[in-house]
Design a protein around this ligand. Sequence first.
Ligand SMILES: Nc1nc2c(ncn2[C@@H]2O[C@H](COP(=O)(O)OP(=O)(O)OP(=O)(O)O)[C@@H](O)[C@H]2O)c(=O)[nH]1
Ligand SMILES: [Mg+2]
Length: 499
Amino acid sequence: MRGPLDSARALVSAARRLYPLDSPIAAQLGELDRRLEGPLRIALVGSVKAGKSTLLNGLLGERIAPTDARECTRIVTRYHYGATPSVRAVLADGTPALLPARRQEDRLELALHGLSPAEFERLDVSWPAPGVRGLTFVDTPGTISVTQEASDQTDRFLLPEEGAAGADAVIYLLRSLHESDVQFLRALHERTRHGNAAIGAIAVLSRADELGGGRLTAMVSINEAVERLRQHSALQGVCETIVPVAGLLGAGASTLRQADFSVFRNLAARDPEETRQLMVSVERFLATRDEDLPSERVRADLVDRFGMYGIRLALATVRGGIDDAEQLSRELLRRSGLEELRRVVDVHFVQRQSELKAHSIVLAVHRLLRAHPVQGSDEVVVMADEHMAGAHTFAETRLLGRIAARRLSLSPTLLSELERLVGGRGASPEDRLGVERDGASAEELVESAARHLGRWRELTRNPLLDDETYRAAKIAERSCESLVVTLMGREQRTAINFG
Ligand SMILES: Nc1nc2c(ncn2[C@@H]2O[C@H](COP(=O)(O)OP(=O)(O)OP(=O)(O)O)[C@@H](O)[C@H]2O)c(=O)[nH]1
Ligand SMILES: [Mg+2]
């Protein structure tokens, strides 16, 4: 069966045959063709200081992206995996340049050599961080930036006049829902939508610890806030789901070392009331003079890397009985929401990367042909329309968001089955049917898929279903149909191999 990337490749080839080899359009099509072979691009987007670069460092597992007021935060920066660190720049006039990559302790220091951020189109950082393997992450300047220039950079990168969107998927960070966030998400959706498909988009309620004032009970307020956002009509249809993340804690947890654990353990062993007083504010934590406390530099580093909420949580966790760095790191990662975000990124983006990449490229080809029509281009435009109309996976990811928002009236058992069938626990046929890899024969898998298909088809005939649940059941029916087709293909191949 032909996959979405094959179909996109065929479309680009058909388009390339229409234009002279030395034309600018042919060059753009060549660029689109190369992008199909490259990694999936995921951009972190949101207003100024939403916590994008900090969250990116958490996802990468290293402190590479500059945070806070440094001038590099105003340049679109792509992070790729590379065996040796390097930083390449593309200047605003298109000239390439190599910048020195200096590693400072555990972070990357970027120097712009006297140029202003506005003189750069983008930076490309290669770094041997395991978190970027097979993916490109893009850090972007705030969308409602203090400088209009930086904000324009993000717009130009994500939604260029010509060519493909700079990313195939977006993690949009919000601290609370502002009109500007809704407008941005809507514009992104509208301008990348075609047929069933649009750019991948998930929202993150970021700096989540601050919602609960940094208290240990913050999770209650955070869960309520997420629930409200999930039900918010303005976000419906423009992002697939929303998750809360305390990015600073996540980034701290993913870079937590044995030395940090020892400091936390010593602090946790002190008198709890004294420590509580010490932790009342950052100022008091840093300014208190006491020989038994870690040095001021060490305390400042903890605040910088974990935040006060992270330190409080680490102390409570150590007091609760955790006694090594790895366990503490794991527990903090879980509590930060970063682990859940990684799962959601995997299900919504990584496992659907072929569809997302193909969508960006097919949409760009479609626009290019419409803007520069030549003889024969109409037929290729129709091919592109057909490609985008058939993209069922986009309906599935939107449905996952509706399941998470509890908008369907189905029993918990059926909801759980639905989530699994449409790819919420993994996109492979085995994941969807809930069987172990190699745990069932091809024939048994086909039978299981057919049984599910029968059940969901029957459900769509139930006249009592509300509209939303009916649409969900139709999507499940379609997912089961394509499972049956895929598995029958596999069964035939197995029969040929062994027959
Ligand atoms: N308490 C808390 N602070 C955070 C969190 N994430 C980021 N911050 C702080 O917020 C400030 C801005 O974080 P950045 O990661 O630079 O935000 P950004 O969105 O990349 O900012 P710009 O690129 O300048 O738009 C820094 O001081 C971070 O330490 C978080 O989860 N909790
Ligand atoms: Mg930033």
